[in-house]
Design a protein around this ligand. Sequence first.
Ligand SMILES: O=C[C@H](O)COP(=O)(O)O
Length: 252
Amino acid sequence: MGRKFFVGGNWKCNGTNEEVKKIVTTLNEAQVPGEHIVEVVVSPPFVFLPLVKSLLRPDFHVAAQNCWVRKGGAFTGEVSAEMLVNLGVPWVILGHSERRQLLNESNEFVGDKVAYALSQGLKVIACVGETLEQREAGSTVAVVAEQTKAIAAKVSNWDNIVLAYEPVWAIGTGKVATPAQAQEVHAELRKWIHSNVSAEVASSVRIIYGGSVNGANCKELAGQPDVDGFLVGGASLKPEFVDIIKSATVKN
Ligand SMILES: O=C[C@H](O)COP(=O)(O)O
């Protein structure tokens, strides 16, 4: 069975009430390929999740940008997986490099978060990716394999995981990975999953690319055999996100 193209929009820590409504209006009016061709998930900040969910067209879905590692309780400032489920939020982004780097989330912590979120019924966009220093040292594949291993160690069912390869040096920098660079790492990740998880998961899991994807570069990236979609930051706040969604047709 083919892997359905997946386009995620990570709005990060951006937006006012008015801006969020404007983005949703643009998405709601867009003519895009049907749900059988592309799965679209947008991820506003926590505070806007109910608003976006209530206004967004029914064929698009929402994701939180994080959740607490275990059951909720006395954890000031955190939002639990149970709360997201209670609000009908189906997806969560975990292990984003901004959280790994700025908030010191370790591979093990991310693995625990992914496992807990899945156990509560959430679907997870799990992010991996190397820094420029690691790439220049030739350790890209080792780094992403180690990050994936920490997830695989805690998870037995990959049906509800989308793996996002996001090289840190390409995030928000305008320096997109070349299609060949993205394909190479995606193929290596699939190979790692084949050897360490299973052949079935390797062929079915969607591996999406993130890092300076925009309306101009998305088609060529989408044409790579192991690129199953995108996790888009900056461009997901702009009308060109619609063009990125449309790049799904490259696969069909
Ligand atoms: O989650 C999205 C990524 O961090 C990519 O962000 P960007 O498209 O602004 O480079």
